[in-house]
Design a protein around this ligand. Structure first.
Ligand code: ADP
Length: 395
């Protein structure tokens, strides 16, 4: 069974072609970073071959998809039609979650939430339509990022606004990064050797979220109706006082569009540092003495730290903390600063192991009661397994 998984991130396009017939073989995989710029970075690797790295303009997702198709047909696939399905790590749809065949009803439900997921839903819908056009007889299956959080209790998902907004407009906390949090929970359970424990899963990438997981189930997470809240993101603001936009619009004449662009594209690490939306650049600028960049890094880590404390309180303790995502896996500085001073609650990082850590690995300090891990998340395998189960169930 050949399944191509496409992961259209906020700044990246990752893909992996699996053969799940007998085992879980990866035939080909690749990632494009800095999508939307003239300086895109593309790595493509076929099984048994060296990775090919290129720097080239990837101005939009459509270009990225075309490049990917050409690369897959060179070696891994004879024809695109030999795929059993294309599976997508889709983000958000009104009234729809879990694993779904991406038909017109589901695409419309996704479009109905374009306003709350403006950086994610439109590129996803465009990518899915492009595949539907190229492969009209191949099923397109979506695994929604909200699925892992679907059983959160009302006290975690209801907002303190008039209850009618939930009842009539479906305004509630949904949570995202479900595939990553699910992978991290499962992998952490393997490393812990048992399943019943309290975990804080920190998925830190271009978008980031934390999730409180009790015995493998999400009980709370810090993304909401949109991906606009929680900790700051690469260029999105995270939690801010909801009166900031109202004040700017009423007293300073900002338009709705200006406020939306500011919150959605000009804030977060980019907006605070004035340097870049990529933490690597912001860390380098901070190191070189840029005060705004230093504040951005400090704030980013402080926000993660406060969320960890809050989830430890919500769960009545914490047995494990796992870091994943481009930042969680690679930034020793973020892991160190986020966990600094948490010895009072039994959390202490091994500072030596933390430097240059290669996930998957354990970073638990000697005095720590909670175990700490860096995990190379694999959202694609979670999506591929779900797509396979769907195809078998609906065969
Ligand atoms: P997305 O959320 O777009 O899918 P990723 O999970 O791949 O993205 O995370 C991308 C982010 O990871 C980049 O914006 C960059 O800030 C960060 N990152 C990648 N490598 C490093 C590194 N070595 N040090 C610090 N940050 C890194």
């Amino acid at each position: 069974m050949k399944i191509l998984v496409c992961n259209v991130g906020s700044t990246s396009l990752k893909y992996r072609l699996f053969d799940l017939t007998n085992g879980e073989d990866t035939l080909s995989e690749g990632r494009m970073e800095r999508v939307g710029t003239q300086a895109g970075a593309w790595t493509h690797k076929d099984a048994g071959a060296e990775a090919v790295k290129q720097t080239l303009p990837i101005p939009d997702y459509a270009t990225g998809i075309r490049l990917m198709q050409v690369a897959l047909l060179e070696r891994a696939l004879e024809r695109m039609e030999t795929l059993d399905c294309v599976a997508f790590k889709v983000v958000h749809a009104k009234g729809v979650t879990g694993v779904q065949l991406l038909d017109e009803t589901v695409l419309s439900a996704m479009a109905a939430f374009n306003t709350v997921a403006p950086s994610h839903n439109p590129p996803y819908i465009a990518a899915i339509r492009q595949f539907q056009h190229a492969l009209p007889n191949t099923p397109m299956i979506g695994s929604f990022e909200t699925g892992f959080h679907a059983d959160m209790p009302p006290k975690a998902f209801l907002y303190s606004v008039p209850i009618n907004l939930y009842k009539t407009h479906a305004i509630r906390r949904y949570g995202f990064h479900g595939a990553s949090h699910e992978y991290v929970s499962t992998r952490t359970a393997e490393l812990m050797g048992h399943k019943d424990f309290k975990l804080i899963s920190c998925h830190l990438g271009g978008s980031g979220s934390l999730c409180a997981v009790v015995n493998g189930k999400s009980i709370d997470t810090n993304l909401g109706l949109s991906l606009q809240c929680g900790i700051m993101h690469n260029n999105r603001c995270g939690d801010i006082d909801p009166y900031i936009p109202i004040y700017l619009m009423k007293d300073y004449g900002y338009t709705l569009e200006q406020v939306e662009t500011m919150l959605n594209k000009q804030s977060g690490l980019l907006g605070m540092s004035g340097v870049s939306n990529d933490l690597r650049d912001v860390e380098a600028a901070a190191e070189a003495g840029n005060e705004d960049a230093k504040n951005a890094v400090e704030s980013y880590c402080y926000q993660i730290q406060k969320q960890i404390g809050s989830y430890a309180a919500a769960m009545g303790g914490v047995d494990a903390i796992s870091f994943a995502g481009g930042i969680g896996e690679n930034s020793a500085l973020v892991r160190k600063k986020a966990l600094e001073g948490l010895a009072f609650m039994g959390v202490a990082l091994d500072l030596e192991k933390n430097e240059g850590a290669k996930p998957d690995c354990e970073l638990t300090g000697k005095s720590s009661r909670a175990r700490i891990f860096a995990i190379a998340t694999n959202e694609e395998i979670v999506v591929a397994r779900k797509a396979k189960a769907y195809l078998l169930e609906h065969a």
